[in-house]
Structures are given as C-alpha cells and as structure tokens.
Design a protein around this ligand. Structure first.
Ligand SMILES: Cc1cc2nc3c(=O)[nH]c(=O)nc-3n(C[C@H](O)[C@H](O)[C@H](O)COP(=O)(O)O)c2cc1C
Ligand code: SF4
Length: 424
C-alpha cells in the first residue's frame, strides 16, 4: 500500500531537514516544473488527477486554480495561502504533515504558486501549533538558502516569497475569507462571495487558499502523474487520505490510507476496535461539524460521494467515535459550547441561536428540560441551516445536533421524562 504523504514521517523522530527531504527525492518535482513545464500544464495535471481539496469542501483543486486570472493583464501580486488553521474539533491530520515533513508542504506551495503565477505566499498557522511554527520558520529559511524560494527560482525566472503567519486561536480563521481578513489585520469575519478569492482575495488581488494536506499531494502528482494518483484510491475520488479516529477506541490515531476504505476497516482494523466494555453508538465522520452516522453505516466507503449519500460529509476525514457509555445530549452540548464560543457574531441567527441551543441542551442535561425544548432544537436546526447564515459555521454546528435528534431522540426524551441524565 503506497503512502506518499507520510512514508518519510516517523513518530518520535524530528522533522525532515532539507537535506533529508532531498535524499528522499524532495524538490525533484520543482526541478521538473522549472525546467520547462508551463503553469497551464501544472494546472491541467492537477485538475486531471481529480485531487479534491482536503480542507472539507472537497472541490477539485486544479479547477479551482484555473479561475485565477492569468496572462499579461492579470492583476498582481497574486497570493497563494496554505490554510493550516486546523481547529476543527477532533481533527489532527495537518499537524502530522507540518511537524513531520515541512518541505513536502513548502514544495507543494511553491508548485501551486507557480501554477497560478503568484509571487507571495503565506502559511496561516494555528496559534497553538508552536512546534510546527518553529519547524516551518526554519524550513522556509532553508528553502531560501537553497534557492527554492526568492528570486529566479532554479533559473526559471519565477520569483516567490513565503511568510509564516500565526493566527490568534479562533476557529473562524479557518474559513477562507475570514482568514483573508485576519491576514489583512482586520476582524476575522467572512466576506460575501462572489467575488471569490480566486478573483479578489487578499488585499483585493487573486488568491488561492488550499489546505495543508491538499498542498502536500502536489509534488507527488507532478512526479508520478494523474493516473498514478487516481490509482492510489479505492473509489472515484483520487489519492490517499489522512484519516483519523478519536474516542474510546483501542488505538486512536491518524493513518494515510487509500481514499474510499470503509468505516469498518478504519475503526476495527486501524483503530483496533472499541475499548473493552463499550460499544460504538455513533460516528462524526469528518470532524465535529458533520452529521452522525451509526452502526448501520459501517460498510460505507469513506469518500466524498458515499458519505454524502449516507447523510453526512467526509469533511476532514478525521472522525470522532461516540461510545455506548457517553450521553449523546452531553456530547452534543459540549460541541455546541465550542461552536457558540467560536461564533464571530457577524450574523444574528448564529450569534443568538448557538448560545440558545447550548442553554437548552444544558438544561436537558440538568434534568430541567421540557418537551417543547425538543421542538425548539428542531426549529434551530432549520433556522441556522444552510442559506440562513453568512458562513458555514452555524450550519456545520447544526449537523451533529440534527442527526443526534434523529438517531438518539430516545436519549433526549429520557432526560425529560426521568428529569435527569440517564448516564449519570
Ligand atoms: C468555520 C470554518 C472553519 C474552517 N477551518 C478550516 C481549516 O482549519 N483548515 C482548512 O483547510 N479549511 C478550513 N475550512 C474550509 C476553508 O474555508 C476552505 O474551504 C479550505 O481551506 C480550502 O482548501 P482546499 O480547497 O484545499 O480544501 C473551514 C471552513 C469553515 C466554514
Ligand atoms: S454564521 Fe456565525 S461564524 Fe459565520 S458569519 Fe455568521 S455569526 Fe459569524
């Protein structure tokens, strides 16, 4: 089984240095591109590989790049931004790539910047990732010293500068347009789309924002081709995927596996199954802002289409497992506490609705809930649903709630009828 993104990452070993990365074939893709591949050819190769963005939305990366204005009349400077905010609860995949093989990310960023002819790039890093910050800062300097960044990279006439920017620890900064505002030194609220960042992004100039894992795929696609990348997968979505499992499983962790492995294989084989004494009740397949799936879904493929057909989203591909000893109401309350705290306050349904949802769930947990509270919760899943708020934070927050009300409604009812949490 090929693991291109993680094969040189070994737990408990320091990050690969530039020399070590070069010894594993690092920067060969950049040399290949600089010795005569056109930006359009790089864009087409990545589009043909059917690489879909690993930040959650799953949009074809090469096609996204193709929306950036090219040619002599294109506005400049253009920007390439790596979204390394990674604050989705339960998600810890990008950290592995950042801390394990930083030059793989940097090479992917340089290639992406070349494909859209950007001259400035940023790594927007989660504030709490102090170790990654140190590693990325050092690696950027190494890349400058080796001539992979700066003026006239490898004699190609292409110039690129790269900067590390650490956020202030807000989930909202991961939303790409709020990230742009944060990078401009403004309050991290989202922007109206259109115009999309590809046309008018950072400082009003054409900008691409891509996830860490997305960018780490690029050098491998350039080296090995689109068909090779497609062949890594078990499904129509290409490549490998960094999957993760947290919760009461025997071996929580992150693994690079073929896109489209089943949920059963991930949980039972790689994560070692449930800990003794507990059973699996529910799974949030792609981080906290995705709908619950249950034991009936164990044999679905973990790809974008199959997870959507089952009523959820692949999201970040890092799942949270809920076990039979955990109260679903308490579990969802915990998530809503996070989302309410992270609401940027820009639009009313989210700013007012999320704290209300949190309060109702808390009163249910305390045994003070009423039957009407369930109707109120149902109503909120509609009011804060897609199309009613300015960005996807609130609809994302409603996904675990609406699916908990669907699959674990009995538990909500028991809190009301027994006037206490049945799990206490
Ligand atoms: C509230 C919120 C938080 C997000 N956080 C992240 C994040 O931490 N990292 C990320 O790559 N994408 C995040 N996204 C998705 C980004 O807006 C964007 O779709 C993504 O960075 C695009 O990269 P990709 O095309 O490579 O997937 C978030 C979206 C929302 C609504
Ligand atoms: S949905 Fe929430 S996070 Fe998004 S803009 Fe509105 S208030 Fe801000």
């Amino acid at each position: 089984m090929e693991r291109p993104l993680t094969r040189n990452i070994h737990p408990n070993r320091p990050a690969l240095t530039l020399k070590e990365y070069e010894m594993t074939g690092g920067y060969a893709a950049l040399r290949k591109v600089c010795s005569g591949m056109s930006p359009a050819a790089v864009q087409k190769l990545v589009a043909d590989s059917n690489l879909k963005g690993r930040g959650g939305a799953g949009f074809n990366t090469g096609i996204k790049w193709s929306f950036v204005p090219m040619g002599d009349n294109a506005p400049h400077p253009k920007y390439l931004i790596c979204n390394a905010d990674e604050m989705e609860p339960g998600t810890f995949k990008d950290r592995l790539l950042l801390e394990g093989n930083p030059h793989q990310l940097l090479e992917g960023m340089i290639l992406a910047a070349y494909a859209i002819q950007a001259e400035v790039s940023y790594v927007f890093l989660r504030w709490a990732y102090h170790k990654a910050a140190e590693i990325i800062r050092r690696s950027i300097q190494e890349a400058y010293d080796a001539g992979y960044l700066g003026k006239d990279i490898l004699g190609s006439g292409f110039h690129l500068d790269m900067h590390l920017h650490t956020g202030v620890g807000r989930y909202m900064c991961g939303e790409e347009t709020a990230l742009l505002n944060a990078l401009e030194g403004k309050r991290a609220t989202p922007r109206a789309k259109p115009p999309f960042p590809q046309i008018s992004g950072l400082f009003g100039k054409p900008t691409i924002v891509n996830n860490v894992e997305t960018l780490c795929c690029i050098s491998h696609i350039v080296n090995n081709g689109a068909d090779w990348f497609k062949g890594l997968s078990y499904s129509e979505d290409s490549g490998t995927k960094l999957y993760g499992v947290s919760g009461k499983v025997k071996r929580p962790g992150t693994w690079e596996l073929p896109m489209g492995i089943t949920m059963r294989e991930l949980i039972e084989e790689h994560a070692g199954g449930m800990k003794n004494g507990v059973e699996l009740r529910g799974v949030l397949p792609g981080g906290a802002s995705t709908d619950f799936l249950t034991t009936q879904h164990l044999d679905i493929k973990l790809d974008y289409k199959s997870v959507a057909a089952a009523g959820s989203r692949l999201g970040t591909g890092t799942m949270i497992v809920m076990d039979s000893d955990t109260c679903p109401v308490g579990f969802v309350h915990n998530l809503q506490h996070f989302f309410a705290q992270e609401s940027c306050g820009f639009c009313t349904p989210c700013r007012e609705g999320l704290p209300w949802v949190e309060k109702i769930l808390w009163s249910l947990e305390q045994g003070e809930g009423k039957q009407e509270d369930l109707e109120l919760l149902d109503m909120h899943t509609q009011l804060l649903g897609p199309g009613n708020t300015f960005c996807a934070l609130a609809p994302g927050a409603m996904e675990p709630l609406q699916s908990a009300l669907k699959y674990f409604r009995d538990d909500f009812e028991k809190h009301i009828h027994h006037k206490k949490c049945p799990y206490d």
